[in-house]
Design a protein. Structure first.
Length: 145
């Protein structure tokens, strides 16, 4: 793993950042290429290129902080009407910096940001087949509690 991502440098204090929040597990700071005003990134302080490398407790911490930031964005001068969370895991998903990070994107009417996709309508049998495949992997990988 490349230990020299810009996010690792920010966490280590070697690169500047407009910090919003910090605790022992995560750091949140303003995105320097925001999709909308107030766009914040939440990163783990430990190095993890992908979700598969990230401790689940640290992953949970990312989303807990994201929730707090969403509320703060609404109450701040950002004054947004909604918030999108976005996390890209892998090149095909759009990941550009290989240090796990959660985007917290404030939304206002007409802000120009949107998720573009082409939803499909697969037959129930196809959905059931894929659901069974995923359940099988989960059973083998994670014993039930």
């Amino acid at each position: 793993m490349d230990p020299y991502t810009i996010f690792a440098d920010i966490v280590a204090g070697r690169a500047p950042a407009s910090k919003v929040y910090e605790d022992s597990d995560v750091l949140a700071f303003m995105d320097i290429r925001p999709l909308t005003p107030g766009h914040v990134l939440v990163v783990p302080k430990v190095r993890a290129r992908s979700l598969s490398e990230l401790d689940p407790e640290i992953g949970a911490a990312l989303f807990r902080v994201g929730q707090r930031l969403a509320a703060a964005l609404r109450a701040s001068e950002v004054n947004c009407d909604g918030v999108n969370f976005f996390l890209a895991d892998g090149v095909t998903a759009g990941q550009e910096v290989f240090h796990v990070h959660l985007h917290v994107i404030p939304r206002t009417p007409g802000d120009g940001f949107g998720v573009r996709a082409r939803p499909t309508t697969p037959p129930r049998a196809d959905l059931d087949y894929l659901a069974a495949s995923i359940r099988g992997v989960l059973r083998r990988a994670v014993p039930p509690s």
